[in-house]
Design a protein around this ligand. Sequence first.
Ligand SMILES: [Zn+2]
Length: 238
Amino acid sequence: MMPGPTLIKKCSKCQKLIEEETWMSGNSCGAVSWTDGAYDAPMMPDQPELVKCPFCKALMWLEELEEIGDKGMNRPSDFVPIANPDADLSIARPYKMPTAKDYFGLLKTRVDSDEKEAYLRLRAWRAGNDRRRRSEHGPRKFKGKNGKPLEPFSYAEIKNMKELICILDEQDDENRLLKAELFRELGFFNQCLSYLAKPIDDEYKICAAFIRELALRKDPWVREIIPAGAREGEERSA
Ligand SMILES: [Zn+2]
């Protein structure tokens, strides 16, 4: 994993300085992923678009913040640093990640683009699912919950998932897979299977096959994706 420069941006509300780490490259070593598209990859950190100011806790879109400098490391050749000799970059702090409650709160206000709405709904769904995320292989925080009861969706989560189904354009294979998964988690297994009936891009084949198998078993829960080959291997070694 190769870190890029740490960008320093100014909070649009309290004007304090926020750090945004960037990555020039990453890989999927040690990664675990789930059927809702969420993943946990130590060598490929999440790159969120919406973050929370570590000082005033306001929610803000990273790309809309004024960039005032960088702690330049591994700058790519086309990187143009923004010089600001007056800024004390040492007082900057890394942003915080919004919670499910933050996403749902923002969705109650006017969101100024369809892309932002889709992003918020997707993140709200996944953040809510974090309570139900289990992993055989992943980090301890997920392993620790193995075997604990899974919590049903709240009314707000169901409403959000249905809205997300309406706004995702299924002409795109990734969105089609997400729609299939949303239907499965809502318990509409036939709709899920109908979205997976057409051939899908190679990139999504393993995930699509896994979701299909869960739908056939009428399993509605978010699950860690364990490809069929890996499971057979485990059974042999067990
Ligand atoms: Zn702030």
